[in-house]
Design a protein around this ligand. Structure first.
Ligand SMILES: [Zn+2]
Length: 234
């Protein structure tokens, strides 16, 4: 399904005014989590699968202005997300707010934020998404039955794995991914196999992802995500 710039804009505004799209708990202190997400310049190495580059235009203690290029497909425009300018602000110290300044007209002027809260056990609740995840999640809403949706699904997994490894020191486990050698026949390779099984209730999201061998046809069902902890081994 194609969307218009106005569709995207109203969806973005809806998320901004009616709460955070995602909330997750990370096992690190709020200071560590905050510094981790505040380190925008490192996104290009941390999320290298999708991030082409982060150029810093202006930097001060409390703000940062960047030009960012991410490899995110935009189906309706048959192209990738263009270079976007983003203004970040780091005050107060439990929030990272950002505004899309330039580059991609449908979201120009849209603001959003990530908010950090300490839990009683010392872990940290992270509410909201970094800018590119916010954009990708909006784009994904328009394409629930397509290859493009698989792209966003895999992207969310990738970001959660990277954050688990880099922020929380978990040992990443990626037992099934596109291109892996099939463990049943040892000849074919895995391709993403879509089954529409997403569901969402309250803040809990469950999802089953499957991969299929391109040779013997074996289907591997990887996980049923109710918590992102499921994709890690400790
Ligand atoms: Zn096979």
């Amino acid at each position: 399904m194609d969307f218009t710039p106005n569709d995207l804009r109203s969806l973005a505004e809806n998320y901004y005014y009616h709460g955070f799209r995602t909330t997750k708990t990370v096992k690190s202190t709020i200071e560590t989590a905050y510094l981790y997400y505040k380190d925008i310049s490192s996104y290009s190495s941390r999320y290298s699968k999708y991030c082409e580059k982060i150029d810093v235009l202006l930097e001060s203690e409390l703000s940062l202005k960047t030009k960012e290029l991410w490899r995110i497909p935009i189906k309706s425009e048959k192209t990738h997300l263009p270079l976007i300018t983003i203004q970040y602000n780091f005050s107060p110290t439990n929030e990272i707010t950002y505004e899309f300044m330039d580059g991609y007209e449908p979201i120009k002027g849209i603001k959003n934020k990530i908010v950090f809260e300490t839990k009683t056990d010392g872990s940290t609740i992270v509410k909201g998404d970094i800018p590119v995840m916010f954009i990708a999640s909006l784009l994904g809403q328009f394409d629930k039955d397509s290859e493009q949706y698989h792209f966003y699904t895999e992207m969310v997994m990738y970001f959660n794995i990277r954050d688990g490894v880099d922020l929380e020191g978990k040992k990443g486990m990626e037992p099934f991914k596109v291109g892996n050698l099939c463990t049943k026949c040892g000849k074919g390779h895995l391709e993403f196999f879509y089954k529409p099984s997403d569901s969402r209730g309250g803040n809990v999201r469950t999802r089953t992802d499957s991969w299929k061998c391109d040779s013997c046809g074996q289907i591997f069902t990887a996980f049923n995500v109710t918590s992102y902890d499921d994709i890690f081994v400790n």
